[in-house]
Design a protein around this ligand. Structure first.
Ligand code: SF4
Length: 878
């Protein structure tokens, strides 16, 4: 057997020849496995997460024993107390590095290094620690004398022995002593970059780069057997471009830990902490599959859309709806549940999402296990149809094992454990058989071929090397331990780069996208070596002209020629988005008389019939998750609710108070009390850590607004008759509903409507009143007049953050409503003809439409979810 060994040849082909026997290329893992098999060694692989946990236990044991301290506490104790998981992970990586450097696990020599003292103390513990790669190599070394080496004719090293980690050097030396021929690679010659055999092809994005490379390869398919390719970043972009031109795909690995089912465990535990985080709660409820049943998720999200918090009116309403759904499922494929079963489901939801939460200092083992069991129990029945759910179930089971025996675990540690457990999942697309040879690392290029193509020739972070100070190195070397000297990792990389270049017999094409996945890239360090070599012959400008090129050559001309290949570029037909229109047609049958309407419905139809049709006829709406209110909207809702509670009819006491007795100061005090009571259920975002000051500011603002309102009522001698009063009327045979924030009586017992606004500027409302476009107040006045014909009705806005009263003193509310009703009826008539107009800005000087209309409103584009559809025109123009 002739073996070639290289540090980067784990994925290399066995042989570069068409047919060969008794030849094999092996990387470190392959070599270890090959020799283990020969010696009858082996054993199962242990996951990194389990080894870290085992090592953590050793660290805890060292601390308990008070050992490992050169002076005082063990060196790692403070870090361990803050973050045991990361501390164990880091120390384990140093420990494994020293094992690979030759440490035989005996006590390390005494030095001033607290780090070495700690590692030595930890290694002396007897708590179990599963073997890692370095341990297995060590074990192999111990057994090497029993290896029958007769079957190994020679081992060709891809890198010089001196560049290998110490334990590998020892291994090859031992094999050499036992008769195996160990062959060093020939010395690397220098590379001459001062001719035209090299080109750097730059593109703006990886997509363009992939397209250009695919075109070049497709231009001479027969010659592709002469190509070596380095494709280290297998994102799939190149494979797709090759496939499109009928060439074999390069393999790709679409790794991500953000797939929905991989987020189940992290999100369940993101909802285990106090205080509740709205984002984490919404994220868990919006997962396509989660331990929370889909019906429950639907109703809870709807509740959060109306009140951004838990345990409030909307939350309770959602729970009631869920009960109803379960009692009599609308979908026949679901079985009705008994009251007891439903109660159990809701109890679990309450515990997992709301009440069973812990401070970030620590969650008890039992609570973690309960959450894991919740995931396992709820997902297992769904595995039959969705086998990918085995992954989160596996994560939950592994986490259960890891936490068993721990009393409590802090948030940071638990999240680190979960992070390591939920490793990236790969959707691998296998490389198709191809004439070219692909390596994932320049050091993995094994055979010489005329052309080398280096895909994504950019600076990518290399392996990080640990730093050992001179005193530590001296002590380690004395004990026969030789960690990599500083700079060794870079030396190996440079050797690998040169290896790839030297295997190119004629041409090298380096491909560099300036952006990769949207991020700017920086040049490969080797590029500096290349340009400085080339500049020995040419000046900098000439170098650029000769060896730098852009993928534009493929796309800007019909014919292109590059590096001995030429082809034709056929432009793709231009995709033109449909033109946006000012008017669309719709089947008349779809437009029917509305079943009911309201002020906001009316203003939408008058302002923009297209928006109204989208909402009411086409019924496109954003998802509930996308409609969770922002903090400003939530504060507005909270403020309304507080004022409603203060002035609502209810108990006798409240009626009495609401009629006369709230002094501004009392009302303010009550508002602050209600704020504290309701904030969790309505603006939970303000309960998050770090929001204390913001919460206090909003509390103060609302208190001040309520005081101002109280002052107005007192000064004007207004009496509150009703809060959130519902009124109904009929407009052109269509039921019309409205909710009046506050219905008051003035001194003359005339009705007065107050609408509360949580907006930082009353400017727009003032303008509306001035322009006679104040449809909201006008519609309320009309509704009241329907009940009290002939009454003199007044109305106004109370702008809460400004603490200002904005009465509609134009005295023409009736006329405003009549004009609006005409405009509304007119728009309905146009729709009935099958014509849907797009709204526009009535203040636009170029607007000559409906200039004579008695009532017109601007399209509410600023708050419109259909903006993207309307702006098609602008996108076409770009
Ligand atoms: S963006 Fe403006 S014009 Fe377009 S549908 Fe919405 S409101 Fe109407």
């Amino acid at each position: 057997m002739k073996i070639t060994f290289g540090l980067n040849q784990n994925n290399a082909d066995w042989s570069e020849k068409q047919a060969a026997s008794g030849e094999i290329h092996l990387g470190p893992e392959g070599m270890l496995s090959f020799l283990q098999t020969k010696l009858g060694l082996g054993g199962t692989d242990c996951s990194a997460v389990v080894r870290i946990d085992q090592y953590r236990k050793r660290l805890a044991a060292v601390i308990s024993a008070g050992a490992g301290a050169a002076s005082g506490d063990p060196w790692f104790q403070k870090s361990f107390e803050l973050d045991p998981w990361s501390t164990a992970k880091q120390l384990l990586s140093w420990r494994d590095e020293l094992i690979l450097a030759g440490w035989n696990r005996a006590a390390l020599p005494a030095t001033n290094s607290k780090r070495l003292a700690a590692l030595s103390a930890i290694e002396s513990r007897t708590e179990p620690l599963a073997q890692g790669f370095a341990d297995k190599l060590h074990e192999l070394m111990d057994e090497l004398e029993y290896l029958d080496t007769s079957c190994i004719q020679s081992i060709q090293l891809a890198e010089p022995l001196e560049l290998l980690p110490h334990l590998w050097q020892l291994l090859f030396n031992k094999l050499g002593e036992s008769g195996v021929s160990i062959k060093e690679p020939p010395p690397q010659g220098s590379i001459d970059f001062s001719d035209d055999s090299l080109i750097l092809l730059e593109s703006d994005t990886e997509w363009e780069a992939a397209e250009a490379l695919a075109m070049w390869l497709a231009a001479d398919k027969d010659a592709n057997k002469n190509v070596n390719m380095i494709v280290s970043d297998a994102s799939g972009v190149l494979g797709t471009a090759l496939h499109r031109l009928g060439l074999p795909r390069t393999g790709s690995r679409e790794s991500s830990k953000w797939r929905a089912h991989l987020q189940i465990l992290p999100l369940v535990f993101a909802n285990a902490w106090q205080p509740i985080e709205l984002g984490a709660l919404v994220a868990l409820l919006t997962l396509p599959i989660s331990p929370v049943p889909s019906d429950v998720r639907y109703w809870l999200l709807r509740a959060l859309k109306d009140e951004a918090g838990v345990k409030g009116k909307e939350w309770d309403h959602a729970l009631e709806e869920i009960k109803k759904q379960y009692a009599e499922p609308k979908d026949p494929k679901y079985k009705a549940k008994t009251e007891k079963e439903v109660d159990e489901i809701l109890k679990k939801i309450d515990e997992m999402l709301v009440s069973d939460r812990y401070p970030s200092g620590g969650i008890p083992e039992g609570a973690i296990i309960e959450r894991c069991n919740w995931i396992i129990k709820s997902l297992t029945p769904q595995c039959k149809d969705n086998d990918f759910l085995n992954k989160p179930i596996g994560h939950a089971m592994a986490l259960k094992q890891l936490v068993t025996g721990r009393k409590t675990i802090g948030r940071i540690e638990l999240e680190r454990m979960i992070d390591l457990l939920v490793t990236e999942e790969s959707l691998d697309i296998k490389a198709e058989a191809s004439p070219w040879n692909i390596s994932t690392h320049p050091g993995g290029v094994t055979a010489s071929r005329p052309v080398l193509i280096w895909w994504n020739f950019i600076n990518q972070p290399g392996p990080a090397a640990s730093y050992w100070n001179p005193a530590e190195l001296e002590a380690l070397n004395k004990a026969g331990i030789y960690p990599d000297e500083n700079g060794m990792a870079q030396k190996r990389e440079v050797f690998a780069w040169k290896n790839a270049f030297l295997k190119a017999e004629e041409k090298v094409i380096l491909i560099r996208p300036k952006k990769l996945r949207g991020e700017d890239t920086t040049g490969h360090p080797l590029w500096d070596m290349i340009t400085s070599s080339a500049e020995k012959k040419w000046d900098e400008k000439t170098v650029k002209i000769f060896i730098q090129n852009s993928t534009d050559v493929f796309f800007t001309n019909e014919k292109w020629e590059l590096f001995g290949r030429k082809g034709t570029t056929i432009g793709a037909p231009q995709f033109v988005l449909p033109q946006g229109q000012n008017e669309y047609s719709i089947s008349k049958k779809l437009i029917t008389i509305p079943k009911s309407t309201s002020y906001s419905d009316m203003s939408t139809l008058i302002g923009c019939p297209l928006k109204w049709v989208m909402e009411k006829v086409v019924k496109i709406r954003p998802s509930d998750a996308a409609s969770i209110p922002d903090i400003n909207q939530s504060i507005g809702t909270l403020c309304h609710s507080i004022i409603q509670d203060i002035y609502a009819r209810g108990t006798t006491l409240q009626v009495a108070l609401s009629k006369r007795s709230w002094t501004p100061a009392d009302a303010q005090k009550e508002a602050e009390r209600l704020f504290d009571k309701k904030v969790e259920s309505m603006v939970i975002e303000l309960c998050a850590e770090g929001k204390k000051i913001e919460r206090a500011r909003y509390r103060q603002d609302i208190g001040r607004a309520v005081y101002g309102l109280g002052e107005l009522l007192q000064k004007e001698d207004f009496t509150v008759e009703e809060a959130e009063a519902k009124f109904s009327g009929t407009l052109c045979e269509v039921p019309f509903n409205g909710f009046v924030d506050l219905l008051l009586r003035d001194k003359k017992n005339n009705p007065l409507v107050i609408d509360l606004k949580w907006t930082r500027s009353g400017k727009y409302k003032r303008q509306e009143i001035k322009d006679g476009l104040d449809l909201q107040l006008a519609s309320y006045a009309w509704l009241i007049e329907e009940k009290e014909p002939g009454a003199e009705i007044n109305a106004g806005y109370f702008i809460m953050p400004e603490n200002s009263w904005l009465p509609d003193n134009q005295k023409n509310l009736r006329q405003v409503f009549q004009n609006a009703a005409k405009a509304w009826q007119g728009e309905l008539n146009i729709l009935a003809e099958g014509l849907v107009a797009k709204g526009h800005d009535i203040n636009d000087e170029n607007d000559d439409e409906s200039s004579t209309a008695p009532f017109k409103l601007s399209a509410p584009c600023g708050f419109c979810q259909y903006k993207g559809l309307c702006e098609i025109d602008e996108r076409n123009a770009q």
